[in-house]
Design a protein around this ligand. Structure first.
Ligand code: ZN
Ligand code: MN
Length: 477
């Protein structure tokens, strides 16, 4: 039986985190705002309006393209992409057609077969449309989002499974966050995917007709929609009736299936032409070189460093490197304590576990990296036990944001590591339990645990257990 290969390419729309919109001075932050408050004649598309390019948005687009190792041509321009839709008052989107701001880059991802380069065809800049909400009484339109600056990241058809597509999409999110060009928050609609997928008999190299799945807005829907469409297309092959032309489909999340929307539009359908109201973009090569030098360490490099320098597990390293704020936090704790593995456990398991429990982010957390480092150091120095640190002390830090030392003092938790003090308690316990001492001497070794337990109890759990053990053994021998 023939087996089939899957070919996937993605278009990712990511909203840039600029203060203002792409071609006007309206606020670009409308999260939680009432509909149609951040609007003006420009983003509402009134007749006679004149757009002006947001230079910061251009820089963010270029910075993103540089992080993807794209070429930045000296000259690029904006074009009108014409179509009619109620959320697009101008009747066209300002986008980039044949001369985009960047082209030909790549992003490396980790796959089962090792590192793999996914080609980036281009990153171009455009503005967003408004948002439609369909109700029983009719459709409502909110133009707060109209004119928001978007980056469209277009890949080559280089992915071969839904898993690779998801890994790539997560890597893009991590990169955008690391370089600070987009919050890439999927729940706020700041990152959306269109996935093109075709299938072909194994061994063939030509591209067969594809289905483009529009507007996927979570990693989960990206993966499940692709899985569904892969199966559907292979079934068509097996029925002897493969796709005979490009199509556009939608993903029905509630029914977990794709639905045919239309035959795929081609660029001719959009009647692109150069935007006459905006000057072309001219890049200064020297400035581009400076921007290139300013790209920080990217997630994959960070991850390798965490594994090599800190000797933590691959899983932990992947987890920390996906979120730049978390990566910085972990790194600060590890560098301060010089105990990277213990730091990874305190940050990755204790702190993040607790945050997850409360459905909170690291940004909402009162505990600083320095405080977390103090906590790890206090355990290392034997001032408190591991259990106390991960339990009562951490919990109080989480609730109050106080320093661990202050909490230990307030709660009287300081571990007793003073030899004299521990010896006194051991002596007292031994004199109070002569029969247990006798049992020990006649070879009943299990009474040792009982005697140590009595010392811990007498010290209200504050005696350093290692020292109690050592002193007890010395006294009994
Ligand atoms: Zn506006
Ligand atoms: Mn687009």
């Amino acid at each position: 039986m023939t087996s089939y290969e899957t070919v996937i390419g993605l278009e990712i729309h990511a909203q840039m985190n600029t203060k203002t919109k792409m071609f006007c001075a309206c606020s670009n932050d409308s999260f939680g705002a009432k509909p149609n408050v951040n609007v003006c004649p420009i983003c509402m598309g009134f007749p006679g309006m004149l757009p002006a390019t947001n230079k910061k948005a251009i820089k963010k687009g270029v910075r993103t393209a540089l992080a993807f190792r794209c070429n930045i041509p000296e000259f690029s321009k904006f074009d009108r992409k014409n179509y009619f839709y109620p959320d697009l008052p101008l009747g066209f989107q300002i986008s980039q057609f044949d001369e985009p701001v960047s082209e030909k880059g790549y992003v490396e991802i980790e796959t089962k077969e090792g590192l793999k380069k996914i080609g980036i065809t281009r990153v171009h800049i455009e503005n967003d449309a408004g948002k439609l909400t369909h109700t029983n009484g009719g459709s409502l339109v909110d133009f707060n989002r109209a004119g928001s600056p978007l980056m469209e990241i277009v890949t080559d058809p280089d992915m071969r499974s839904s898993e690779e597509a998801k890994t790539f999409a997560k890597m893009v999110q991590a990169i955008l966050r690391t370089i600070g060009t987009s919050e890439a928050d999927m729940e706020k609609g700041m990152m959306r995917f269109d996935a093109s997928i075709s299938t072909r008999p194994h061994g063939e190299t030509k591209l067969y007709p594809r289905a483009e799945i529009k507007n996927l807005n979570s990693f989960r829907s990206l993966e499940t929609a692709l899985e569904y469409e892969i199966k559907r297309q292979i079934n068509l092959w097996e029925e002897g009736n493969p796709l005979d032309g490009d199509i556009t489909v939608g993903w029905l999340d509630d029914q977990q299936k794709t639905k045919l929307l239309r035959d795929k539009e081609s660029s001719a359908d959009y009647r692109y032409f150069p935007e006459p109201d905006l000057p072309p973009l001219v890049m200064d090569p020297q400035e581009i070189e400076e921007m290139k030098a300013n790209i920080p360490e990217l997630p994959l490099e960070k991850r390798q460093k965490f594994i090599e320098k800190y000797n933590i597990s691959e899983e932990e390293a992947l987890f920390f490197s996906e979120d730049p704020k978390l990566a910085d936090f972990f790194e600060e704790v590890a560098e301060t304590t010089k105990e990277p593995q213990k730091s990874a456990s305190f940050v990755g398991t204790i702190l993040l576990g607790r945050l997850k429990n409360d459905n909170k982010n690291l940004q909402d957390c009162q505990i600083t990296a320095q405080q977390m480092a103090q906590l790890v150091t206090l355990v290392e120095e034997g001032a408190i036990s591991n259990n106390q640190a991960k339990g009562v002390v951490f919990e109080a830090m989480f609730e109050t944001g106080k320093d661990p030392e202050k909490i230990i003092e307030e709660k009287g938790l300081k571990q007793v590591s003073d030899t004299g003090a521990i010896e006194a308690i051991v002596d007292q316990v031994l004199s109070e339990n002569p029969s247990a001492v006798e049992d020990f001497k006649t070879g009943k070794g299990n009474v040792l645990g009982f005697l140590i337990g009595q010392v811990m109890k007498a010290s209200k759990g504050q005696a350093n257990p290692g020292m109690v053990n050592e002193i007890m053994r010395k006294k009994l021998s």
